[in-house]
Design a protein around this ligand. Sequence first.
Ligand code: DX5
Ligand code: ZN
Length: 220
Amino acid sequence: MKKTLIAPSVLAADFANLQRDIEMINHSEADWFHIDIMDGVFVPNISFGMPVLEAISKHAKKTIDVHLMIIDPDRYIKTFAQLGSTNLTVHYEACTHLHRTLQAIKAEGMKAGVALNPHTPVSLLEDIINDIDLVCLMSVNPGFGGQSFIEKTYKKVKELKEIITRNNASTLIEIDGGVTNRNAKQLAEAGADVLVAGNFVFKAENPTQTISDLKKLLNN
Ligand code: DX5
Ligand code: ZN
């Protein structure tokens, strides 16, 4: 059985104790760092930008999974590569020439991801699936942590898995938004490979234990 990965979302960390929270992830059973970059235009919120990512990169010892919720992401591909991003995910809804953008991300040595808003059907990726390393299915409307999970996501995961299998692609499916121990197992069973978890991890009394419990729940 394949292992499901956990990517804690740093957006929910304590920014006054960022190094402490990064070390917590380093020493936990988490697999990736999920980093949300918001521009206040594509989404109605501003998170943080390059200097903060640079600081995170200095301490993070695991895959850095960057989720760009910004318009015109092509302008910053090189910079995100230089700042240590392993994966760079752009929004389908923000890219006019998605194929070109994905090639540009790969040319900088990163894995290329595409995120879909809850209203965007997975079928739109059929013709480009072999060029995508990671599809991030938004299970909330992007912009804020701590929202509730949209149930329709299970169906989208299954449909996307079918597209990936049909095209012999090796694309990973990531779920982002409202992930908890109540939906994690069902998401993995539907075909999810990576689960992002922000508030569920960082607002827990013991984040390290919460990550470990989630891993156990998923991979036993
Ligand atoms: C939402 C972000 C998510 C968010 C997840 O726009 O893309 O990554 O941080 O946070 P939770 O798990 O709290 O919904
Ligand atoms: Zn995200």
